[in-house]
Design a protein around this ligand. Structure first.
Ligand code: BG6
Length: 455
């Protein structure tokens, strides 16, 4: 059994440093539902999900987990879990229905209620401003290809910080700008479904600029702890051939370096300069490179890359990472790659690197309740166990990691996968919307309870 090697055992679970934050993560479009309530305007995900063939099971986030109406129950679950931190995102089009102009008071009031409920229950919110749900009206004007979207994003950041920074300490402007630009604008498997290939690099640049501009506004309006949530994947060449090694280096620069180097060092990776003709405008790099209080890493798996055929649209192709167990999503389970990535990251960026937080880590295992209602998701326990241990080892080797946020609190709308992939510690029945904590919920709870209390 390939999973034997990473079998979970709470009794010998490592102690993380005092004050280490254990949390869970979600995103607005994936859980809220209530897509037309409270004055919310449409986002690119409403539009995209309504298009034939875009979502695997034809579902959408129209209802999702109905968190909009059930958030009190969900916060009670977090409290029972014992997590004192929770990462959520705000729906921009709930707050500004067209992405511009005055705030919609009903939208702000919903997040007031949610944030107050979290705080009353001793749970610190970590708020992401943008987890992929651009107001549709902005997309109609060019979306992230249009530099004006950056101005709108900065104005939105000012509105939310002004309202919530008295209760929210931790802020993240944009979730995974690499995934949002690559899947959304380069290959089109995510909203808005555009296939611009390398022309989407302008989208990446504008998202980076949005990151910097939002941080300036967040701080100006009282935010005290600001970071990022970048998806990082170790990129492995498919073979030792020069062509495969070259292709994997290029993809690594596009996937990892293109976002972390501007944020940390204020420059694009040298390998990308030939592709970035005309970028960036003078001054943009200084705006992008804002001091960060924490660096959020979303980690799922390594990727394997080979050189593409001469006439291909992109110079690289993806290959399966073989020799490891896979999740129900088909993604390889490689906790060692997380440990190695963290150690490499620190070695390479040292002084430029703020403390790290794992802002997402988790796996899809599609286990349903048995006859007695038990959701026995041992494979998720094994996954989380191995990945938290990988983080603990990296910390022992000198990497400053301050927290681990499990993706996800509950099963939710998994973008192009619809409702077919279950990442939650809590099972959600999408017919009845009944929540059932899984075995992994009890396990995570006991791991947290076994940590030393902060003096
Ligand atoms: C991360 C996203 O990249 O992957 C999450 O930040 C997402 O929002 C997670 O849920 C899982 O990906 P997928 O494609 O299985 O939904």
């Amino acid at each position: 059994d390939a999973h034997g090697a990473i079998f979970a055992n709470v009794s010998d679970f490592p102690q993380l440093p005092a004050g280490f934050r254990f949390g869970t993560s979600t995103a607005a479009y994936q859980i809220e539902g209530a897509a037309t309530e409270g004055g919310r305007g449409p986002s690119i995900w409403d539009t995209f999900a309504a298009q034939e063939g875009r979502i695997l099971d034809g579902s959408s986030g129209e209802v999702a987990c109905d968190h909009y109406h059930r958030f009190e129950e969900d916060v009670a679950l977090m409290k029972r879990l014992g997590t004192k931190d929770y990462r959520l995102s705000l729906s921009w089009s709930r707050i500004q229905p067209t992405g511009r102009g005055p705030a919609n008071e009903e939208g702000l009031a919903f997040y007031d209620r949610l944030i107050d409920t979290l705080v009353e229950n001793g749970i610190a919110p970590m708020v992401t401003l943008y987890h992929w749900d651009l107001p549709q009206a902005l997309e109609d004007d060019g979306g992230w290809l249009n530099r004006e979207t950056v101005d709108c994003f900065a104005a939105y950041a000012a509105i939310v910080a002004e309202r919530f920074a008295d209760r929210v300490a931790h802020w993240i402007p944009i979730n995974e700008p690499n995934v949002a630009s690559f899947l959304g604008y380069a290959v089109g498997t995510h909203a808005p479904g555009r296939t611009l290939l390398f022309d989407s690099l302008w989208v990446s640049h504008h998202m980076l600029l949005g990151h910097g501009r939002a941080i300036i506004e967040l701080r100006r309006h009282g935010a005290t702890s600001v970071g990022c949530a970048n998806n990082h994947a170790p990129v492995w060449p498919a073979s030792d051939d020069d062509a495969d090694v070259g292709a994997s280096k290029l993809f690594d620069a596009l996937w990892n370096g293109m976002f972390l180097e501007p944020m940390l060092l204020g420059r694009y990776p040298a390998d990308l300069m030939p592709l970035l003709d005309g970028l960036p405008e003078t001054g943009d790099m200084a705006t992008i490179r804002q001091p960060l209080d924490f660096y959020g890493v979303n980690y799922y798996n390594p990727m394997k890359v080979a050189a593409a055929a001469e006439d291909a649209e992109m110079p690289f192709v993806f290959r399966d990472v073989l020799g490891y167990p896979i999740t129900d999503r088909g993604w390889p389970v490689v906790p060692d790659a997380l440990r190695e990535w963290l150690i490499m990251f620190r070695a390479r960026y040292r002084a430029a690197l703020p403390p790290i937080v794992i802002t997402e880590s988790g796996a899809a295992y599609n286990v349903e309740p048995d006859e007695s209602g038990v959701v026995d998701d041992q494979l998720r326990i094994d996954y989380l166990d191995a990945h938290i241990r990988a983080v603990a080892t990296a910390i022992e080797r000198g990497v400053d990691v301050r927290g681990y946020f499990c993706w996800s609190l509950m099963d939710n709308f998994e973008w192009a996968e619809g409702l077919t992939q279950r990442y939650g510690l809590v099972h959600v029945d999408f017919e009845t919307l009944v929540r059932t904590p899984k075995k992994s919920f009890e396990w995570y709870s006991s791991v947290i309870a076994a940590q030393q209390p902060v003096e």
